[in-house]
Design a protein. Structure first.
Length: 216
């Protein structure tokens, strides 16, 4: 459906160019915009962010900003090296213990999912049925407060901060186990918790690429 809408949109533009002498199709603006629309459409349809979609999205955003003269020309030299780095990290990521733990956590029950894509999300939970969460902060931010949540069992929270930032506030009476990776980003643990046998454990898997994650 999305592909059909894009074809119709291009057809309308070409038609306007044919019948209006002063109208000109600016392909340098259109093609990056189409990439952005396609990537966002895939995120909404699949309800997840994969590496291919992220790269398509980054290419679209970068060249749209460049063609609008927002990004200076010298910075274009670092773009493709960054893309190769991100792609290489994704290959390592798929074979890492971090990814295996993330997949394992999905089997433990339904998890909440938050997408901070070019936007900000603030959420404060007060539930007794919290089973974990997946947080995607991509060119956006997520502020999740679960400090009032009463855990019934151990849970897992997976955090992906890519050109974005995530902040999460945890309950006081929990044990915390963190598995973190960062590439040109940072993961900061400000949570001061004493480990106790009777406490439930929150397993946090976080990766930050040109972004940051803060745990409180």
């Amino acid at each position: 459906m999305l592909f059909g809408v894009i074809i119709i949109f291009l057809g309308v533009l070409f038609l306007l160019e044919s019948i209006i002498p002063t109208f000109e199709v600016q392909f340098e603006i259109i093609w990056p915009t189409i990439l952005i629309i396609i990537s966002i459409g895939r995120i909404i349809k699949n309800k997840k962010v994969d590496i291919c979609t992220s790269i398509i999205f980054l290419i679209g955003v970068w060249y749209l900003l460049y063609n609008l003269l927002i990004i200076p020309t010298p910075f274009t030299e670092v773009f493709w090296p960054i893309i190769f780095i991100v792609f290489g990290v994704s290959i390592v990521w798929k074979n890492s213990r971090f990814q295996k733990e993330a997949k394992k956590s999905v089997k433990n029950g339904p998890m909440l999912t938050y997408y901070g894509v070019f936007s900000g999300i603030e959420e404060k939970l007060q539930t007794e049925d919290f089973k974990g969460a997946n947080l995607y902060a991509i060119f956006g931010g997520i502020d999740l407060d679960i400090s009032k949540v009463e855990l019934k069992k151990d849970i897992t929270i997976n955090i992906y901060s890519i050109f974005g930032g995530t902040e999460i506030k945890l309950p006081e009476n929990v044990n915390i186990k963190i598995n973190a990776s960062a590439l040109f980003g940072s993961n900061e643990n400000k949570a001061n918790r004493k480990e106790k046998k009777e406490n439930k454990t929150i397993y946090i898997n976080t990766i930050s690429i040109f972004g940051g994650t803060e745990i409180k």
